[in-house]
Design a protein around this ligand. Structure first.
Ligand code: SER
Length: 493
């Protein structure tokens, strides 16, 4: 048999290898490989953090900006914190992930996107065709025909997903707030019965871990207003996304994202530092997974210039670091461990993100400082919270008052979800509305103080007070050096 025709079989690839293989494949299809954009959105107020590969590319989809090439491929750093309370509790939730993507801005459309996704999965990675199941948007007969007639997938292996008649939602219509969106065709991989729920109707779309969505081809042809209104875009685009961690789960044939090579290195380090073993004790596992995830997010966020603070992105970072600190305590790890773990993250991912290594001293300094600061108050705060809990038990109350939660936040640096999480462990909760109200009262007081003393405090209001017509423009694609004028300068974050 001709060597060239030799069948490619599925084998173990590390995360860094998979990232490289994907980007090289799409370079070979005429795409420009671009570095991941920062996690901090640029000129996009609709997002706190970049949450998908396409997010930093929105202006190219809408035609607002000219892309450097009409075919682009990236591996984008992403953060999604919507499910943060599940992180650690399950083996599939992550706050940080990498998304591989190939994009067409008014260039190729469905035919090529579908064919190349199949080619990459089956011919480059050697995934078994009979384990792959494409799905399509209910009415998208064009995609159905491409899958069946051009790619040759039997019709019965293709699932159509329709919009829910009540909510209007659909798994195969991709949109995230306002912006470019459209129907999609996702590809699932059957990981085998051992990962299944065993129910007789278990199939593509089931919530269990058997059929894992690995690839999403979005046919970006609409501009959504975020409220259900769509206008046709003048150019048809492609936005594909494949979670690198998930792909690694499939290729490495491991149980979960916490078992893939780079994540396992962090997980092992947590175990080494704590003297615990993974999968010995369910509660320890929650802490081990949570720390593994959060330190990854935090390290990448800081490398993109985000600093812990009490608002916006800085607060997301602070929550992640403080939750990780507390879970370190639960595992009995000595303070100061997060800095060491950050090094493991850096070593594992510097191949794809050289900035991690370049900024390693800075990253570790920021983490060390935040950890030290929190360590000073965490014991006191935990002591106070224990007293509060005891009083609640005595009084037969199950909900901590908003003002007490605020005291923990304001004096001891306990983010609300940390307090919530600790209470949840004992079947209690927090009056979140009361917490918000207490926070608002304090903000109002601070605002008044600023007015009378003319003091510019570290608050988002610094930015709010900037004339919105002052914007900045990114010219880095066309220039290596550029002269510009500083219009506004602030010492506050
Ligand atoms: N935007 C789509 C997603 O995030 C495909 O990249 O799934």
């Amino acid at each position: 048999r001709n060597m060239l025709e030799e069948e490619v079989v599925k084998k173990f690839y590390g995360e860094n290898e998979l990232r490289r293989m994907y980007l090289e494949f799409f370079e070979s299809k005429g795409h420009l490989k671009m570095n991941s954009f920062s996690l901090v959105p640029h000129n996009d107020n609709s997002l706190l953090l970049i949450n998908a590969g396409m997010a930093p590319l929105k202006p190219y989809f809408t035609g607002q900006e000219i892309p450097p090439r009409r075919r682009v491929t990236t591996c984008q750093k992403c953060i999604r914190t919507g499910d943060i309370e599940n992180v650690g509790k399950t083996a599939r939730h992550l706050t940080f992930f990498e998304m591989l993507g190939n994009f067409s801005f008014g260039d190729y459309f469905k035919h090529e996107a579908i064919a190349w996704s199949w080619e990459f999965l089956t011919k480059v990675l050697g995934l078994e065709e009979d384990r792959l199941y494409p799905s399509i948007y209910g009415e998208d007969d064009e995609a159905f025909d491409i899958w069946t007639k051009e790619v040759g997938v039997p019709a019965e292996r293709i699932t159509r997903f329709y919009r829910d008649p009540e909510t209007g939602e659909c798994d195969n219509f991709w949109e995230h707030g306002a912006g470019p969106c459209g129907p999609c065709s996702e590809i699932y991989y059957d990981r085998g019965e051992k990962y299944g729920c065993g129910k007789p109707d278990c199939k593509v779309g089931c919530d269990c871990d058997r059929f894992m969505e690995v690839w999403n081809n979005v046919f970006t042809q609409f501009e959504g207003d975020g409220k259900g209104g769509y206008t046709e875009l003048s150019q048809k685009n492609i936005d594909t996304g494949m979670g690198l961690e998930r792909l690694a789960v499939v290729m490495q044939d491991v149980d979960s994202v916490f078992d893939i090579d780079t994540m396992k290195a962090i997980r092992d380090k947590v175990c080494e530092l704590s003297g615990k073993s993974y999968q010995k004790d369910a509660l320890d596992d929650v802490s081990i997974r949570l720390i593994t995830d959060h330190i990854r997010s935090a390290t990448f966020m800081i490398s993109d210039g985000i600093l812990p603070s009490n608002s916006g992105r800085g607060y997301v970072l602070r929550r992640l670091l403080r939750r990780a600190c507390r879970h370190g305590r639960l595992l009995g790890i000595a303070p100061g461990f997060l800095t060491e773990l950050a090094q493991t993250v850096i070593d594992g991912s510097k191949d794809g993100y050289p900035e991690l290594e370049e900024k390693q001293e800075f990253i570790k300094k920021v983490i060390r400082k935040e950890e030290e600061q929190f360590d000073k108050t965490i014991d006191q705060g935990l002591g106070i919270l224990t007293e509060m809990k005891e009083n609640m038990v005595k009084e037969g109350i199950k909900t901590l008052s908003g003002s007490d939660a605020f005291k923990l936040y304001d004096t001891y640096g306990f983010p609300i979800d940390l307090t919530k999480e600790i209470l949840e462990e004992e079947g209690m909760d927090v009056d979140e509305e009361g917490f918000k109200a207490a926070m608002e009262v304090q903000r109002e007081q601070a605002r008044k103080m600023r007015k009378t003393t003319n003091y510019m405090g570290a608050d988002v209001t610094v930015y709010e007070s900037i004339d919105p017509s002052i914007t900045s423009k990114f010219v880095g694609y066309d220039h290596l050096e550029y002269e510009s004028k500083i219009t506004v300068l602030t010492t506050e974050e």
